[in-house]
Design a protein around this ligand. Structure first.
Ligand code: SAM
Ligand code: SF4
Ligand code: SF4
Length: 380
């Protein structure tokens, strides 16, 4: 049946205004979903990160520097965004292919109108074994006081909140929109009250900018159920003026903590493909995580795919090209045919995947031709 209505077309990469767009050739044979896909490096497909907006109310200097992300920046129009129905439909296909964990991200996901409705739709999805998905969301926390209860009620299980400093002036200089740290901390309290027990706190560490906030942050989150995670400043996208010398490496942070009298002990990974190395205070008072994308690449187990706000599929955070799934969702084929086509495309893309940017960073960075997709578009 497939030859009859599935054209084979290869359109060259067209534009980089929202990242390169690759129109993946539609295969002429439909293959069934089998779960347990393996890429070229035998990595499975387990996590899907879904960006629900490319907009944000912060201008973090390492992510959306305000010199680049001005009001004239070509943000996506509403019609270009995947609708909640389209996201849910794609998610179901990904689940058939083995995805078990969904992270909603952006831009700032809580800016997407009625995001709770999407959470409820995703929370209703079941795996072939009848299990609910591990559904989580990453936010800058600015709207948590307003949204925490409704997100929880909609079925959101876990939350990650980004927080780079406790010192108000440092925090404001990093978010670059004068947003006060107390409002994020208040959002965290609201999330606790709403029933989010163990919240992950993401702290991007930039040398010379917020490294003096490491110890205050460790002290603040010690004796809480939350998990403070240090993230090495990464060269995502092309606008954050990344330089290797601005990265404070995990080993340096560990040394700093040892010096400050915080002995840590390593914890075993909870599942394959985890981004963070886990530790806990020796007295068991809190867990800490280290995401060392620059100093200890973890491509070997990377089981994450990313769906952009407009329905492009990316198989690496540092990708230049995505694969357009939306054009198929919006095609005139019948519903079941669309599902089969998209399912087939996802399988082909994952099976062809060979990404390992972090392992090859030094070589990759020598290519000045290659444009990388921005973090706010692809989702962190
Ligand atoms: N706006 C939400 C937030 O900030 O939590 C979600 C999207 S944000 C892109 C996701 C995560 O990526 C955040 O924890 C953020 O700190 C991190 N991030 C952004 N740019 C980064 C960079 N250049 N290096 C390391 N982490 C970065
Ligand atoms: Fe916005 Fe998050 Fe990027 Fe900061 S890290 S600019 S909060 S998307
Ligand atoms: Fe995965 Fe790409 Fe990051 Fe490697 S660089 S861990 S392949 S997202």
């Amino acid at each position: 049946m497939s030859e009859k209505f599935i054209p084979i077309k290869i359109v060259p990469t067209a534009s980089f205004s929202n990242g390169g767009i690759r129109h993946w050739p539609v295969p002429d044979q439909l293959l069934p979903s089998i779960g347990n896909l393996r890429d070229q490096r035998h990595r499975s497909l387990h996590d899907l990160r879904i960006s629900v907006t490319d907009r944000c109310n912060f201008r973090c200097t390492y992510c959306m520097p305000k010199e680049v992300f001005t009001k004239d920046y070509p943000y996506l129009s509403h019609a270009e965004l995947l609708s909640f129905e389209e996201i849910t439909r794609l998610t179901k296909i990904f689940v058939a292919h083995g995805v078990r964990k969904i992270r909603l991200t952006g831009g700032e996901p809580l800016l997407r109108k009625n995001i709770e409705d999407l959470v409820a739709m995703l929370a209703a999805i079941r795996t072939p074994d009848g299990e609910a998905l591990d559904l989580t969301l990453t936010t800058n926390g600015s709207l948590l006081r307003k949204k925490a209860l409704s997100l929880r009620a909609a079925g959101l299980k876990r939350l990650t909140v980004s927080l780079d400093a406790l010192d108000d002036s440092i925090f404001k200089s990093m978010n670059d929109v004068d947003f006060p740290v107390d409002d994020v901390l208040d959002g965290l309290h609201a999330a606790r009250e709403a029933g989010f027990e163990r919240i992950k706190i993401n702290m991007v560490v930039k040398k010379g900018v917020n490294e003096h906030e490491i110890i205050p942050m460790v002290n603040y989150f010690k004796n809480t159920p939350h998990i403070l995670r240090f993230i090495e400043f990464m060269d995502v996208g092309d606008s954050n003026a990344w330089q290797a010398q601005d990265v404070l490496k995990t080993d340096d942070i560990l040394a700093l903590l040892a010096q400050a009298g915080f002995p840590l002990q390593p914890l075993p990974p909870q599942q394959a493909g985890e981004t963070a190395q886990r530790f806990q205070h020796q007295d068991g008072s809190a867990e800490l995580g280290f995401i060392s994308s620059v100093s200890h690449a973890f491509c070997r187990d990377c089981n994450r795919a990313r769906l952009s706000t407009q329905g492009m599929l990316y198989t690496c955070l540092f990708a230049s090209e995505g694969h357009d799934l939306r054009e198929h969702l919006r095609s005139s084929a019948s519903t079941s045919n669309i599902d089969a086509i998209v399912s087939n495309i996802i399988r082909n893309i994952w099976e062809a995947r060979d990404d390992r940017y972090s392992e090859l960073r030094d070589i990759e960075r020598q290519s000045t031709q290659r444009k990388k997709i921005e973090m706010s578009y692809i989702g962190g």
